[in-house]
Write a protein that binds this ligand. Structure first.
Ligand code: ADP
Ligand code: MG
Length: 703
């Protein structure tokens, strides 16, 4: 069994406390370059793994060369010339005994170098092979003139390290040689419990590091490159465990804080339910129950509520809010944008006014006296339910007795914001409960990695009565047909959306595009009533247009992506999305959720601009093949990776050095078990493990 050593037992001799400057050929300059990559200690050098390997162990015959492959070759120079052309270059033809040929091409060369590469000389080269215009080529190969006969190929795969300016591969090899030699004397801190490693059949840390820096001759290059080798898995696993330990510790600490008991007598909730025009679905009832029992605990709820677009999360949030209000506590509801917060305000207003609950809206537009009055109402407790953006958590906003925070659209908030929220709500050791809602279903593997500090509730079925949406992709060369289609639907009494998209950064351009489109469509669709909404309109103007569309006074609504959330018009059964290739799958899915809300069969036309990239093509294909948000998220993840799916802001706070939550998802359950085991049986390992993998990254994982 592997012994668990901690810093205190190994003391100053641990590899983590030996500075890189103690290595040979590391002066202040090199040390500074290494520091740029976060490398300060010998242990850091060991954890700086090769990105790939070169196989210089075998000579490949020139006849066997294939484009795209890196190879070590040897041959005789059959001819050389300096070509003047557009760019001066030195061409050298290298051949073997059976007449195969490859051209070496140099763009930068000295006169001396050109002179040394003369016909008849023997050369050994290493480089990637490319298909040139007439023959195979190697551009700027590494080469060596051969003199003697005996020159064996390398005995090992050559590691290639990620580097920074001024640090050559040879320098890296020198550093790791020395670090490995030190490691042989002082083995690195083994932090994973021996029983865990044995159970998973993973090597010790020292074995894994040695293997990855010095793969033996028989190592499978493929296994190494695909990062499937146990040595690699061992390190990725350790990193996942470190993250789990960190998130769990955060969660445990959180659970030690007191929270108000929000029992409530059901008075308001009963009245809301009685007034609803529908009954809750079984899935909604289940999550309402999960939340209700959390709120009755003396510890703060930390719950993530996932539900597809239109799954009915708002009513669930309203019931949770009423439970807190019944118990005499304030509630804050936050959305990522002001527009979204306004939409929440409207739906809550409709449901809650009859119960005598008046939500207070706090937005950026509230200035001066209006603002101070609102802040005063929040501080005095006169405002019971406050709706706003995350600006609600600025210092100037002080709640009197905040019991519950509801955050909508979690995908825009990262771990950092979650933690800030927790801190903000905390008052003299009492923290509010938190409900976080997202319409971007998070694939299970990601949820396990990024939300290990949260409990999960899922609304997995849509309310009854929804008809599936048919989605097709149409090139914009067929725009006229699409316009015809709009005409046809609207003359049959249906309504349609036309969504204009532009690159997100420029709201002004997007609004301009929407205005132009609305004008063209008004001309192209005589007799139809066309409305326009975009982010630059005043709220009152936007409201008026939306209301007209909702009552059927408009046939076609041209809009920017502002209609992503909140519009609910069951008679609208056709949606055109222009340039869908510019949007993320989750956003497209959200937009599409605006149709298919009634009994009529709905259609979504993705009006794309050809040619589509391979990825864009695949993504639109996914959207056509399914309407399940969960499936879309899973498949989007497979194509784009975690960073894209969750948004960079989100993953920006959790960056993995080695692990990849998608590739390594099969390790996640084991990583969770190992994290539990460490926290319960080997708690002294938690700190060094977090320090090794998460370092001093601010806030995250720190208690
Ligand atoms: P989301 O989960 O996307 O926030 P909403 O809460 O906006 O979804 O709900 C979408 C629509 O479905 C709303 O019009 C809402 O009133 C309605 N709705 C919610 N729950 C039910 C239900 N159980 N039966 C029928 N309609 C429902
Ligand atoms: Mg919603």
């Amino acid at each position: 069994m592997t012994q668990i050593a901690t810093d205190s037992t190994v003391g100053v001799q641990s590899l983590g406390s030996i500075s890189v400057e103690s290595l040979k050929r590391v002066g202040p300059k090199v040390a500074e370059r290494l520091a740029r990559l976060g490398i300060q200690s010998v242990q850091d050098v060991l954890f700086h793994l090769p990105v790939r390997y070169q196989d210089r162990t075998r000579l490949i015959s020139i006849a066997d060369l294939r484009p795209g492959v890196e190879a070590l070759i040897e041959g005789e120079i059959l001819g050389a010339e300096i070509a003047m052309g557009r760019r001066r270059s030195l061409k050298v033809w290298l051949g073997d005994s059976v007449g195969s040929l490859v051209m070496l091409r140099f763009f930068h060369f000295s006169t001396q170098q050109a002179a040394s590469l003369k016909t008849g000389a023997r050369l050994r080269c290493y480089s990637e092979v490319r298909q040139g215009p007439t023959e195979l080529e190697m551009i700027h190969p590494e080469y060596r003139l051969r003199e003697g006969e005996d020159d064996p190929a390398d005995a090992r795969l050559t590691p290639i390290y990620p580097s920074t300016e001024g640090l050559q591969q040879a320098a890296w090899r020198g550093l790791t040689e020395q670090a490995l030699a030190l490691m042989a004397q002082l083995s690195p801190l083994e932090l994973l419990p021996g029983e865990t490693l044995a159970h998973l059949g993973l090597p010790s840390l020292a074995e894994a590091l040695r293997y990855l820096h010095h793969p033996p001759l028989e190592a499978s290059l493929e296994e190494l490159l695909e990062r499937r080798h146990p040595a690699f898995v061992r390190l990725a696993f350790e990193e996942l465990v470190a993250h789990q330990v960190s998130l769990r510790r955060m969660r445990l600490t959180q659970r030690q804080i007191a929270a108000p008991l929000l029992a409530g007598d059901g008075r308001l909730r009963g009245r809301l339910r009685a007034g609803l025009p529908f009954a809750l679905t079984a899935a909604q009832e289940r999550v309402v129950g999960e939340i209700a029992s959390d709120l009755m605990q003396p510890r703060p709820m930390q719950r993530l509520l996932q539900g597809d677009v239109g799954a009915g999360k708002t009513v669930v949030a309203a019931l949770a809010a009423l439970q807190a209000l019944e118990a005499g506590f304030q509630v804050a509801l936050m959305a990522p944008t002001e527009l979204l917060s306004e939409q929440h305000l409207r739906s809550l207003d409709g449901w809650l006014q009859p119960l005598g609950v008046v939500p207070l809206w706090l937005a950026g537009r509230h200035k001066g006296r209006e603002r101070s009055q609102r802040l005063e109402a929040i501080a005095s407790g006169a405002a019971r339910l406050v709706v706003g953006t995350h600006a609600l958590f600025q210092d100037e906003v002080v709640f009197r007795d905040l019991g519950l925070v509801v955050v909508d659209e979690q995908h825009r908030f990262g771990v950092h914001q979650r933690m800030k929220l927790r801190e903000k709500g905390e008052r003299s050791g009492v923290a509010p409960h938190q409900l976080i809602m997202t319409a971007t279903p998070i694939p299970r593997s990601l949820a396990m990695t990024f939300y290990a500090d949260l409990d999960l509730s899922i609304i997995d079925t849509l309310p009854p009565g929804r008809t599936p949406i048919t989605t097709v992709a149409v090139p914009d060369t067929r725009r006229d047909e699409v316009i015809e289609r709009v005409m046809c639907a609207c003359t049959q009494g249906r309504q349609a959306y036309w969504v204009c998209t532009l690159i997100e950064e420029s709201e002004a351009l997007e609004c301009q595009a929407a205005e132009d489109t609305a004008r063209q469509l008004t001309e192209g669709l005589p007799g139809l009533r066309v409305g326009l909404v975009h982010g630059r309109l005043k709220a009152s103007e936007r409201d008026a247009v939306m209301a007209q569309f909702a009552t059927g006074a408009l046939d076609l609504l041209v809009a920017t992506t502002v209609i992503e959330v909140g519009v609910d018009v069951p008679n609208a059964s056709l949606m055109i999305i222009e340039n869908p290739e510019r949007l993320g799958l989750a956003q497209l899915h959200q937009l599409r959720g605006r149709v298919g809300r009634g009994l009529i069969e709905s259609h979504c036309l993705l009006l794309y601009h050809a040619p589509l990239s391979q990825i864009a093509h695949e993504r639109l294909g996914i959207l056509r093949s399914t309407t399940s948000g969960f499936e879309i998220a899973e498949r989007d993840l497979a194509i784009r990776g975690a960073g894209e799916v969750l948004g960079t802001r989100q993953t920006g706070s959790i960056q993995f050095k080695i692990a990849d939550p998608l590739r390594d998802q099969h390790l996640l359950t084991a990583a969770q078990h190992a994290a539990d085991r460490i926290l319960s049986v080997h708690p002294d390992v938690a700190e060094p493990l977090i320090a090794r993998w998460l370092g001093a990254r601010e806030g995250y994982g720190q208690v």
